[in-house]
Design a protein around this ligand. Sequence first.
Ligand code: BG6
Ligand code: MG
Length: 220
Amino acid sequence: MWKPEACIFDLDGVIVETSDAHFKAWQRLAESLGISFGEEFNEQLKGVSRRKSIEKILALEDRQLPEEEIQRLMDKKNGWYQDSIAELTPDDILEGVPEFLTSLQQMEIPLGIGSSSKNAPYIIDYLQLNDTFGVIIDGNKVDNTKPDPEVFLKGTKALNADPSKTIVFEDAASGVDAANNGGMISVGVGSQEYLGDANLVISDFVGLTPQKLFSQLNEK
Ligand code: BG6
Ligand code: MG
């Protein structure tokens, strides 16, 4: 059976559900500026850096702010967000994910994390996943945010894998684009509506085995 040379996972929204905490914190910040947005616009914030997110929010109302103010607002949002993730424990790892990761490990497939988040190291600690991944590339280690493929290409390099033989799991359209831009095999985790550009879309990891997934990808 064909198997990939590596699997790289996005963190927020794939391994753990933090998307809502990001959404609520950004909404709260936006409201304090008199800007409102809903879930559909929030899809555009998924996967992209903190900096890019605030730029997109300010652009909604054509707002321009001095650099120090932008920094202050990002810190404020991050404070709220960090308060909400501080409660995370291994029980918060999404259903089906632990079994899926264990099966990949048994198949000796190298695993990595490719996240835009600068909070990724804290989250990985809270979830006690430090020993699961051979490499963790996060927002502290890249210059370019998704859809730029940098985060995933750094991951494949560290894992010594060919990008075209690496599967990337992503819940964000920007992340699917990043994987595609890097010439990788993209698996969208979520809805076809937002992730239609992925090579394959799955709703979640519940009951999914690597064998099942690899054969579905082979049929494409
Ligand atoms: C991504 C999230 O993983 O990280 C985005 O999907 C978030 O919503 C981005 O903006 C940056 O995260 P952080 O934790 O560095 O603010
Ligand atoms: Mg994500």
